[in-house]
Design a protein around this ligand. Structure first.
Ligand code: HEM
Ligand SMILES: *[C@@H]1O[C@H](CO)[C@@H](O)[C@H](O)[C@H]1NC(C)=O
Length: 321
């Protein structure tokens, strides 16, 4: 009896002090009923003006959520002792952050200090996926924003373009995403671009023999320098046919040895992942379903609690009183 009581008390405290918060569908239904609509309207408007914003929202969620928590830490600027995650080499090429501010401003003018930047990252990714022809993901809300940057942890938590597939699978496993889900998530590389510095190792001094020769020619044409200036806007596209559509063309391409990154190509050569590549290349609906499930899990990684986080007024800075 006594032990049961103690256990109950322990579980009670664990529930409130584990540092996790409960996400729920329509968390803002009372506090800001139009929150999700405001995000969606703005994502659509921005997509119509700058299509690649939708692509950005996808990558932003990955880089935010994979590093400790979906807590909008990625959006913080370097100021007042904070070192921005944007300065990490892993985050090269990330773009359109200024339009996050556009959406946040719209939220603030309807519902001041109510909707977190972390939920904005999540909801904009959800709506961006739809603009790119991908699946609808039923997303919960209620995330809080971090008070700190996780710059120091990025290199150990966020996979690099040339990491081994076993390492990549292990990273995703650690946040509850299995092999099938990992293969599906990498399908995000069906859209967007890769800067030359992330792929020149596959071209110089010798061309990676696993690359399709004509695709290697295209890549060398796009990336003529072995050591590209990091500031140069030299990049290539992985999916030349449908670069703005989140479809299974990515899997068809990597099967044909037309993957941009070493991790992309390894999906085909690794025996754990290759059966899923086959299935996704053959079935776009299956890809979309699996992608939606894994993306949801990614978006719910370790949300910060009410006590540990806040709702930032401006996504670039922690609030100061
Ligand atoms: C092993 C895992 C992954 C690695 C190593 C990786 C690495 C990269 C690299 C190196 C780029 C090129 C950046 C540039 O040069 O501009 C890129 C682009 C991109 N990644 Fe990933 N990525 C991974 C997984 C994911 C996941 C899970 C998502 C989202 C679900 C994602 C979404 C994107 C998008 C949308 C782009 C294009 C960005 C743009 O065009 O602005 N990636 N990724
Ligand atoms: C992976 O690429 C980075 C540069 O992006 C390089 O510094 C590192 O040595 C590479 N690692 C391997 C194992 O080739």
């Amino acid at each position: 009896m006594a032990i049961h009581k103690l256990l109950c008390i322990f579980l009670f405290f664990l529930h409130f002090y584990s540092g996790h918060s409960e996400l729920q569908l329509n968390y803002y239904s009372q506090s800001c009923p139009n929150a999700e609509e405001i995000v969606k309207e703005n994502v659509i408007k921005l997509y119509e003006e700058h299509g690649n914003t939708a692509v950005s929202w996808l990558r932003t969620l990955f880089h935010d959520c994979m590093v400790k928590s979906c807590d909008a830490s990625i959006l913080l600027e370097s100021i007042n002792g904070i070192q921005s995650e944007k300065t990490s080499k892993r985050n090269i090429g990330m773009r359109n952050f200024k339009y996050i501010n556009t959406i946040k401003d719209a939220l603030e003018s309807s519902c001041p200090m109510t909707v977190s930047c972390a939920d904005l990252v999540a909801l904009s990714a959800r709506d961006g996926i739809v603009m790119l022809g991908g699946p609808h993901v039923e997303m919960k809300t209620g995330r809080k924003d971090s008070m700190e940057s996780h710059l120091a942890e990025i290199d150990s938590l966020l996979p690099n373009h040339n990491d081994s597939m076993l390492y990549v699978l292990d990273r995703f496993q650690s946040i509850g995403i299995d092999v099938e889900g990992t293969v599906a998530l990498l399908g995000a590389h069906s859209v967007g671009r890769v800067h030359c510095m992330n792929l020149v190792d596959r071209l110089y001094p010798t061309v990676d023999p696993t690359l399709d020769p004509s695709f290697a020619e295209y890549l060398k044409h796009r990336c003529p320098h072995q050591n590209p200036d990091p500031r140069a806007v030299e990049y290539a596209r992985s999916d030349l046919q449908t670069p703005m559509i989140l479809d299974n063309m990515y899997y068809k391409n990597i099967k044909n040895n037309k993957g941009l990154l070493l991790v992309d190509q390894q999906l085909v050569s690794n025996p754990l992942t290759s059966p899923f590549v086959e299935k996704m290349a053959a079935d776009n609906d299956y890809f979309h379903d699996t992608f939606a499930k894994a993306f949801l899990t990614l978006s719910e990684n370790n949300p910060v609690s009410e006590e540990e986080g806040e709702v930032r007024r401006d996504c670039r800075f922690v609030n100061r009183n």
